[in-house]
Write a protein that binds this ligand. Sequence first.
Ligand code: GAR
Length: 212
Amino acid sequence: MITRRLPVGVLASGRGSNLQALIDHIEAGRLDAEIRVVVSDVKDAQALERARRHGIDACYIDPGPRRTILTAEAEERYVQCMRDHGVELIALAGFMRILKERFLAAHAGRILNIHPALLPSFPGLQAQRQAFEYGVKVSGCTVHFVDAGIDTGPIIIQASVPVRDDDTVASLSERILEEEHRIYAEAIQLFAEGRLRVEGRRVIIEGPRVEG
Ligand code: GAR
């Protein structure tokens, strides 16, 4: 049987380990998706290198002069790139800019993000450090739909990670990352299967859930 592969565009600003995990899940036949393009706002992002190594189109698109957002013109270029590649889902994988109206409107309900904390706690930057310094006993990660707020969209999957007494920010981040790599692929697979139904703030997963 030939399964349809969901065409995905990935936006990433840095190391790209979440991108790599998605590639690995796809190559192992565990994720019915095809990464059509990886776009970065950082010219020498390792994520671009990882994509090229797997024969995936990789583009740096100038974000414009602002530090935390893309300019409207830049957003237009990002939208066009997704369109040119026939992308149906955008996966933010360590993309460190806030997306605004133009991009959000062009891909309404079709943008996912992975965040390294149990939202709604610790949104924004350095979430693992925020959680560690706050002193929580359990942290984790969240895959959610992207809306106009900062890490505020409807939550699809979360995974918890206990904080140990002897943890450092680095050791905690490492264990959270392992869970990120697992649940991001799981969420995208559910999206690919058309099993995510959004009811207000709640995301209902239809059908039986096989956790991997
Ligand atoms: C990941 O921990 C991801 O959750 C986080 O950046 C890291 C990127 O790592 N994203 C955010 O903090 C977004 N607010 P990666 O480049 O190795 O995937």
